[in-house]
Design a protein around this ligand. Structure first.
Ligand code: GLN
Length: 226
């Protein structure tokens, strides 16, 4: 009996052997994220700070750190990075926003005085815990994460008040409020995993970046000139 060879298939999804992850370094605690990425134990990951279009072109994934979302939004526009970044996200760039970064990713934000990047089908309420609890810690169960609950640090944190149909809730506070969610290649957390020694969130994002298919053209190519 003769056997015909199986038709060759496109090798998708492709797993990268290495990836360069950028951390948006306009404002906020970007240095801690770079250190956490380099320490997350996932092989093949390198990390750089991103402030320019050339650096944005180079990276395979991006973290938008915590800080002040009004300032980050203003500086993204001032550095001419807002539209190139939106274009790269449309092209499939994996992005993780933590705290102010999660605010930047949301399609809808309450109490933000300028437009966010608006890439993820979530609504986020800024400063959701009010004055009396500026900052607190809580243990969270994160969907798909092995091991003990994750200690999460919240600092003038937002909450995710609405998730679209394609958004997966990854973590909730004890009171049920959503503080971690994923939509495809986009990840949003209301807390600060770079401020605790546990590296599992950084490892999770590193795997999201390594698992992606090679679809990205550089931002400078993708932005329509006017
Ligand atoms: N309260 C800040 C904001 O609204 C976020 C705080 C943080 O990133 N730790 O942008």
């Amino acid at each position: 009996m003769t056997s015909t060879p199986a038709p060759s298939r496109a090798p998708f999804p492709v797993k990268r052997e290495s990836a360069l992850i950028g951390v948006l370094a306009l404002q906020g605690d970007f240095a801690e994220h770079v250190a956490a990425l380099l320490d997350c134990g996932v092989e093949g990951i390198d990390a750089i700070e991103v402030r320019t279009l050339a650096e944005l072109d180079e990276i395979d994934g991006l973290i938008i750190p915590g800080g002040e979302s009004t300032t980050i939004a203003r500086l993204l526009i001032a550095f001419d990075l807002m539209e190139p970044l939106r274009a790269r996200i449309r092209g499939g760039l994996p992005v993780w926003g933590t705290c102010a970064g999660a605010i930047m990713l949301a399609n809808e934000v309450t109490n933000l005085d300028r437009p966010p990047i608006a890439a993820m089908d979530i609504t986020v309420e800024r400063n959701a815990f009010g004055r009396q609890v500026d900052s607190f810690e809580e243990d969270l169960d994160i969907a798909g994460m092995e091991g003990p609950p994750l200690r999460a640090v919240f600092i003038r944190a937002p909450v995710i008040t609405r998730t679209g149909p394609q958004v997966q809730v990854l973590g909730r506070l004890r009171d049920g409020r959503v503080v971690a969610a994923r939509e495809g290649r986009l990840l949003a957390t209301a807390f600060h995993p770079e401020l605790t020694p546990d590296r599992r969130m950084h490892a999770l994002f590193a795997h999201m970046v390594l698992d992606r298919t090679p679809a990205n053209a550089p931002a400078s190519v993708r932005v329509e000139s006017d």
